[in-house]
Design a binder for this molecule. Structure first.
Ligand SMILES: C[S@@+](CC[C@H](N)C(=O)[O-])C[C@H]1O[C@@H](n2cnc3c(N)ncnc32)[C@H](O)[C@@H]1O
Length: 233
């Protein structure tokens, strides 16, 4: 069971306005020359536009409910033949193929709750990539302002869809509660500082090609979001 199962039908309306990353990931997929593996594929918010651009996607997710929504979206868009959806874990994805691009959009890697889990997932990505292949993902670490503005407050993100952030600074875990008319879930996201991502990527054998501060490719300058492009040498 995944916490996402309960909100699988709510996820797309909840993230309706999150569109800034779609063009970025689709452009990366077009450059990748071949199948993309998306880890934490969710409802296909990125995978379906990627398939619409003609790029096949192997999508891995631990939530059957999210995969079901993804499958339906792919069918509606007429691209289900380009989507290969697999139930599995980020730490040990059920993928034997080797590819030139692995992605993990919209902070999916923050669902790895421990250092060990992050290490396992990065080692798995490394294995999936051909030499020269890239791993592209985005994460965040909160600012003091963000914590101050949102801590333990219910905010209406979309009409009828509420969220509440609880920031545990000691454990560096955000527990995000999401509540819609018919469903509710609590999602844990564990953040680490940018330098720790840099060190973990290096330790896993990646070269860092770029660390952007946003999907418009501005350089990372200490903000909340970071978008990483790492390469298996
Ligand atoms: C924030 S959503 C991102 C979905 C999609 N990539 C997007 O951009 O909309 C995170 C996804 O990661 C999945 N996930 C969380 N932990 C996972 C794990 N350990 N293994 C596989 N998938 C996981 C969730 O089920 C969810 O679909």
């Amino acid at each position: 069971m995944s916490a996402y199962d309960a909100i699988a039908e709510l996820y797309d309306p909840w993230s309706r306005t999150v569109t800034e990353d779609v063009g970025f990931y689709v452009a990366e997929a077009r450059k990748g020359r071949g199948t993309v593996v998306e880890l934490g594929v969710g409802t296909g918010r990125i995978a379906v536009p990627t398939a619409l651009a003609g790029v096949p996607v192997i999508g891995v997710d631990s939530s059957p409910g999210m995969l079901d929504v993804c499958w339906r979206s792919g069918e509606t868009a007429g691209v289900s033949h380009l989507l290969d959806l697999r139930l599995g874990d980020l730490r040990d994805p059920p993928v034997t193929e080797r590819v030139r691009l692995v992605t993990s959009p919209f902070r999916a890697f923050l669902h790895l709750g421990t250092e060990e889990a992050r290490r396992q997932a990065l080692a798995a990505v490394h294995r999936l990539l051909e030499p020269g292949g890239r791993f592209v993902f985005d994460v965040f670490a909160p600012s003091a302002e963000d914590i101050e503005e949102t801590h333990d407050r219910w905010l209406e993100r979309e009409p009828g869809i509420w969220e509440r952030a609880h920031w545990d600074l000691e454990r560096r875990v955000l527990t995000l509660r999401v509540r819609g008319p018919e469903a509710e879930a609590a999602l844990d996201l564990a953040w680490i500082p940018n330098e720790e991502w840099r060190a973990l990527l290096a330790e896993a054998g990646f070269e860092i090609v770029a660390c952007y501060g946003w999907f418009d490719l501005r350089p990372y300058a200490g903000g909340e979001d970071s978008v990483w492009v790492a390469r298996r040498p």
